[in-house]
Every structure is written in C-alpha cells, then in structure tokens.
Design a protein around this ligand. Sequence first.
Ligand code: TRP
Ligand code: SF4
Length: 326
Amino acid sequence: MKPRVLSGMQPSGRLHLGNLSGALSNWTKLQDTYEGYFFVADWHALSTNYAEPTQIKTLTREMVIDWLSAGLDPSKATIFIQSDLPDHAVLHVLLSMITPIPWLERIPTYKEQQTQLEDRDLSTYGFLGYPILQTADVLMYNADFVPVGIDQAPHVELTRAIARRFNSLYKPIFKEPQTLLTEVPKLPGTDGRKMSKSYNNAIYLSDSEETLREKLRTMVTDPARKRRTDPGDPDICPVFDLHKVYSDTPVIEQVNAECRTAKIGCIDCKRFLANALVTQLNPAWEKGRAIRKSPTMVDDVLQEGAKRARVTASATMQEVRDAIGI
Ligand code: TRP
Ligand code: SF4
C-alpha cells in the first residue's frame, strides 16, 4: 500500500508561475508515488472572505481547471472540494471540543494575518478555529504526509498535537502526520518583486501566449541598462532569474555573457525567455483547451473525487464516533 499524502489550497485566484513551480509541480510528482488527496479548501477561504464570498465558487472551479491543466491526474489522485464533504465540519466540531484555545492563539499566522488584513474583522470564532478545520481535513484521511510550504508547518504541528490528545483521551485511532516541506523557488514577477497575485506582477497559467509575451516585454530589467549599447548585469536582473528557471543551459550562458558586453539586447533576451516559457506551458495550455471544450469534465472529476473521499471519510467518522462513544 502506498503512503498517503493530503494537501489543500484555498481558492484565492488563478495559478501563476510561482504556484506552478512550487506546490503544483510538487503535487504532480507526489501523485505517482503516493496515494494523493488534493482538495480545494473553500470553507477556509470563508474564514477571511466571509463578507464577500461571491467569488469563491468561481475561483474554486477555475483552480481545479488550473490543477488539471498543470497535470494533476484524477486517475491517480483524489481531487475534491472541501464543502462537498460535510463530514469535515462534523470532525471540526468534535476536535474543537478538545482543543485548548491557547494552542490556537499562539499559532503565528493567527496574529500575522490579523495585522496583514487589517481592513477585515478577523476576531471571529471561525478564523481562530481555522487550524482545527485544517486538522479535520488531514485526520479525516489519516494522511501520512502533508506537503505544505514553511508557513503552514505550525498548522501541521497543531494537527499532530490534536491527534495525540484525541488518541490519549479516547482511543488511538489517528496517525500523527508529518510535514513534507515544499520548496518554493522565489520567482520574481514583472516588477522585480516576488511574484504574487497581490502585487499585480504575476504571469498566469491562464494567460494567453500574447499576454505572456507582452508581460515579459514590459518586465523590468537591470535599471542601469538604459540604452541598447549599455552593458547590463544579469546578476541583478529579474529577467535573468526567470531564465535560470526556464531556459536551457546554452541560452542561459549566452545571456549571461552577451548581456555584460551589450552584444545582446533586452528585447532579444526576453524573446528567448518567452519562447522557453511558451514551450513549457504549451502542454498545459492544450489540456486547458481540452477541458474547456468538454463542459462536464470538471464536474465529473469533482463528483468522482468526492465519492472516493466520502468512502474514507465515512469510515473515519464511524471510528471517531465509536472512540468517543457518541
Ligand atoms: N491552510 C492551507 C493554506 O492556506 C490550505 C489547507 C487547508 C491545507 N486544509 C489543508 C493544507 C490541509 C494542507 C492540509 O495553504
Ligand atoms: Fe536583463 Fe537580459 Fe536585459 Fe541583460 S539582456 S539586462 S539579462 S533582460
């Protein structure tokens, strides 16, 4: 039997190159060697967006389209939406009974997010309980590993603590899952800052080839290189950082040498990069087109995923009820 991995993502927008080289490339690798459960955490999105939930449903669907385009394969992994599995909420309630409030208050993201999103009132019960819901997501499927970025590690730590507490209070039915740290390469966006949806500097999987080329054409370069005849410094140029991720070695070496001597211009340099990206994104774009052509495909994948998830979830809930004796 393969060990099980489980991970979730909030439906916060379309996937960009940073997400693709981070979480998604990790998930698509893991689905071959592990039994994978991957789901859209739409209830988690409510914890910070409860006042404006209108986007969540659309974003959920778009995210699944991006996942499938990027190579997540429903014949290998179980792909579903959290809110299609009401048992997650039931387990959340039961786990909330045994979780001391200080355990939640001392998780770094709790205070950090409140400061970062100060336009929203996050003094809610649901926001405090966010990591319990995440714990329910993980324990429901008795996952061995939880692939997440470093920011989520405290949540997995809490999951382990709650599992221990449940096991010692009632009956040892839960495994303590381990964090599988995802390395997230730091990709620069078009303005040179870290690529991020909130900076408006991202290149998206769903961008057209034309949009992608245009975004690269206007991307910032070595600011000292004003004229074509000025030599540049690739070491401080965000375009070169992308070359290092997406271009072949000969191109990287050529750019590295010829930028410094002004033999190559930024326009050509960026065109090389665009070509490399187009080649690598083409299979995903093609899959995306195929998905959009078959209107029921996403629903079918999600229905089948929920059905499979339900089998495991029902079994866990039966064990949980027996363990508590209720
Ligand atoms: N909190 C995670 C994030 O924002 C998403 C998530 C929800 C998750 N439930 C999970 C991740 C369970 C791993 C396991 O990225
Ligand atoms: Fe950057 Fe390329 Fe221009 Fe050099 S040639 S400054 S690496 S965009």
